[in-house]
Design a protein around this ligand. Structure first.
Ligand code: FAD
Length: 391
């Protein structure tokens, strides 16, 4: 069996690791160049993502990822100001109720991405933008790329994110709707806010504060083990600044009010806009935004994909953001999809059922869990900030 994966994001790389490990011929085509955008700051990893890592990655890879995550995040804190100081007003357990976050741990995205790429060096083609596919009479699929190149496989997987070109051709009726919600997200080295008590107050939990009609959410990533020491123990082949430059940080998010920032300018302009958005907030929150790494500030737009009817399984399929949008746990769903699709394809490769039955079973499970239960309000359950706006 040969599998083409479009997109070297969380879902595509998790799938590729799992297939490669099972001895299946897999190749990943990624639009970005190898040193492309960092693809985010940190990620709240819950049991679905962690299970996928353990199942799909070699032991050392999964151990490296887990050793470097933050501590257990079990609560979402609501902060309030009391006599000028920030205090915890309310702590809500992360119970994983439909449409809400589950308990988990914080993972550093550049580090996770570096782990996912390790061992796939000869399986990932960077700078290759997929443009279209064609199903062939012999049941295989041919893919075309912007540079004119082509490739053919038994299965084509669209793991190419919210703007998926695979989905646009394969399931043209599926709509991505802009929610109109915009957000700026950034990160601040923990050492830069050593004099601010807030990181100690919230521990490993997430926290949010509303003040004067403005809101800010934040969390802290404290690496459980120093990444270099963990690398030396679990994954010596892992190289690069994602390991050597890693340090503890606070990540924060600010909904954008008013006009959406012009993103054509240098990244620092987004940070300046974030500082402006934080002006009405408590001085501790202003300090966190004001002492951020300017270049990692990203601007995001909210999107939702309404649930769709089932389609007949074929040799083309989709996973992750390419087919569903989830509030704050899309990465976990993408990894869960990758885990399930890996299992299904490995079974088919072993001759345990047909390929199309395996893909159909994967898609049934993906549609069941990737979209909210009917009793969850659509605007709550299917809406998430999922797309990074690129300058
Ligand atoms: C700031 C931010 C914070 C987030 N926090 C969390 C969180 O805490 N927990 C969580 O679970 N989720 C979180 N998410 C959501 C999560 O990042 C996404 O749901 C997840 O990345 C989806 O993974 P994916 O593999 O489906 O797609 P992506 O990670 O988007 O990867 C798609 C890949 O496909 C490539 N691609 C696109 N088009 C083409 C093409 N034509 N040809 C070739 N390659 C192509 C892209 O370059 C990209 O590398 C967050 C998202 C953002 C933006």
């Amino acid at each position: 069996m040969r599998v083409i994966v479009i997109g070297a994001g969380l879902g595509g790389l998790t799938l590729a690791q799992g297939l490669h490990r099972a001895g299946i011929d897999v190749v990943v085509y990624e639009r970005d160049r190898v040193e492309g955008r960092p693809q985010g700051i940190s990620l709240h990893m819950d049991d679905r993502g962690a299970a996928a890592l353990r199942a799909c990655l070699p032991h050392g890879h999964a151990a490296m990822a887990e050793a470097t995550m933050g501590g257990a995040r079990r609560e979402a804190l609501a902060l309030a100001e009391t006599d000028g100081r920030l205090t915890v007003q309310h702590a809500r357990p992360l119970d994983g109720a439909p449409g809400t976050a589950r308990p988990g741990r914080q993972a550093d995205r550049p580090l996770l991405r570096a782990v996912l790429l390790t061992g796939l060096e000869d399986r990932v083609r960077f700078g290759a933008r997929f443009t279209r596919f064609k199903r062939r009479p012999d049941g295989t699929v041919r893919a075309w790329f912007a540079d004119g190149g082509t490739d053919t496989a038994d299965v084509l997987v669209g793991a190419d994110g919210i703007g998926s070109a695979v989905r646009r051709q394969y399931l043209p009726h599926v709509r991505v709707l802009d929610t109109g919600r915009h957000m700026l997200m950034g990160a601040t080295p923990l050492r830069a806010v050593a004099d601010v008590g807030l990181p100690a107050l919230i521990g490993h939990n997430s926290a949010a504060m509303r003040m004067h009609g403005r809101m800010m959410a934040l969390g802290v990533l404290r690496f459980s083990q120093p990444p270099v020491a963990a690398r030396d123990r679990w994954l010596p082949a892992l190289r690069g600044p994602a390991v050597t430059a890693a340090e503890d940080y606070v990540m924060w998010a600010l909904p954008v009010t008013g006009e959406w920032p012009d993103l054509a300018g240098p990244p620092a302009e987004r940070w300046h806009r974030a500082r402006k958005e934080a002006e009405a907030l408590h001085p501790d929150l202003r300090s966190i935004v004001g002492r951020a790494w300017p270049d990692v500030t990203v601007a995001l737009r909210g999107a939702t994909i309404p649930a769709m009817a089932a389609w007949s399984a074929g040799p083309v399929t989709v996973l992750g953001d390419a087919i569903h949008a989830a509030p704050g746990f899309g990465g976990n769903l993408a990894m869960q999809d990758a885990h399930r699709l890996r299992d299904a394809l490995v079974q088919a490769a072993r001759g345990e059922g047909t390929l199309l039955a395996a893909i159909g079973a994967y898609e049934d499970a993906m549609r069941r869990d990737g979209f909210p239960a009917t009793d969850v309000p659509r605007e709550k359950a299917g809406t998430g900030v999922v797309a990074e706006r690129r300058a």
